[in-house]
Design a protein around this ligand. Structure first.
Ligand SMILES: [Zn+2]
Length: 393
């Protein structure tokens, strides 16, 4: 009996060792590419620095290095309710400037990527590749010229609508006004295909996704969307829509927001959100000259986050696995939404230093090295290449 127990223990230790070795081997050169991280607005609003390691927020260079994060599509977003329409483009340009300026200040560690080939080259050189995206079609203010200019400044995907329906695309969290995408939106999609800008279908209504998939000549992505079959909340995607994105060759990048991964967490989040947002708004008005006001905002966010049930990282893995099983391992990726989710992260996936936890989790779920490489970033890179190929036609 004693002998059998020690043999079993020994076998377990050997397995653990080989898992570690396999993990280390993969982490040596795997491209981890996150489709959606919102840190740059903190650079503009709070003077946040990518160079320093922080005990708050979810991305900086030291933690990117720890987590082997190789490439990021940074989100440039403007909440329409926070800014008058006349200020949308200005705000977006300020946030986009922060991406370029932080890269310039940290040029030993980072480089701006404009193409898929740039991402591969920068990753091989040991630097972090920074790309930019526009979250919400309202930001281009119905102007194809603004769309083209944002592309010239490095924007590589546009989320067609954000939380609100705009003049040409229905949001999934607002009233539908266009039965999907309006004729002008179809013209914009044609222009996006022509200039090589990827379409992002996160946030838009199911019918709008189907329209985007039908009208686009290139594959589309959902840059930060989770699975409705697991957590039936409005922001998540049903299986037939996930399959439609996959049929076009696209990728669904899973959002890490604890309230999107788990319905019970979502219920608490939604119930408390109006009170939280009112508290934050009042504080920012009252303390507008206090340099510590952002720290105070984070404390409020934390207090409300603590009311939510904890969501372990294995629930995030379930969402990834579901898309891989439903649509195929070629059609799932990562779109953490870090620094866009007010600190509502899963336990074990608190910031960008934790991506290896996902690699290990996928290994333990039986995924091959080839599939893990695709899920962690290869699929997103493939779509970027396909969009560039369509633009060249
Ligand atoms: Zn979003």
């Amino acid at each position: 009996m004693h002998r059998i127990a020690s043999i079993l223990l020994c076998a377990a230790a050997l397995t653990a060792q080989s898992v570690d070795q396999r993990l280390q081997r993969l982490l040596r050169d795997i491209l981890i590419f996150d489709a959606h991280i919102d840190t740059p607005r903190y650079v503009v609003d709070e003077g946040y620095k990518f160079s320093d390691e922080h005990p708050y927020y979810e991305l900086d260079i030291p933690r990117m290095r720890k987590g082997k994060l190789g490439a990021v599509l940074f989100g440039v977003y403007v909440q329409p309710q926070d800014y008058p329409e006349s200020a949308w483009a200005q705000r977006a340009l300020d946030v986009l400037d922060a991406v370029h300026e932080e890269v310039r200040r940290n040029s030993k560690d980072m480089e701006v990527a404009l193409t898929a080939a740039d991402v591969e080259r920068i990753h091989k050189s040991g630097k972090l590749a920074a790309m930019a995206s526009l979250e919400g079609g309202h930001i281009i203010m119905d102007s194809p010229a603004l769309l083209r200019n944002f592309h010239r400044l490095g924007i590589r995907y546009m989320t067609l609508a954000h939380f609100r329906t705009n003049n040409w695309a229905d949001s999934m969290t607002d009233t539908a006004r266009h039965n999907g995408i309006a004729p002008f939106g179809k013209e914009l999609i044609r222009e996006m295909n022509r200039i090589g800008m990827l379409l992002d279908v996160s946030h838009i209504s199911d019918k709008a996704v189907l329209d985007a998939v039908e009208f686009s000549r290139a594959p589309v992505i959902a840059s930060h969307s989770s699975v409705k079959a697991i957590a039936p909340i409005p922001r998540n995607m049903p299986d037939d829509i996930i399959k439609a994105v996959a049929r076009r060759g696209g990728v669904v990048c899973i959002n890490f927001h604890a309230g999107y991964l788990n319905e019970a967490a979502h219920d608490v989040y939604i119930k408390n959100r109006p009170a939280r947002d009112a508290e934050i708004k009042a504080l920012l008005e009252r303390e507008k000259d206090n340099p510590k006001r952002w720290e105070m905002v984070r404390a409020i966010q934390k207090r409300y986050f603590d009311k939510m049930p904890k969501v372990p990282v294995k629930e995030l893995l379930r969402h990834i696995d579901h898309v891989a099983k439903t649509a195929g391992p070629d059609h799932v990726g990562l779109g953490s939404d870090f620094d866009g989710i007010s600190g509502m992260v899963p336990v074990g996936m608190e910031d960008v230093s934790k991506y290896p936890v996902i690699v290990r989790g996928l290994m333990e779920m039986g995924y091959s090295d080839t599939d893990i490489r695709k899920i962690m970033g290869g699929n997103l890179l493939r779509v970027l290449k396909a969009v560039e190929a369509v633009a060249k036609q």
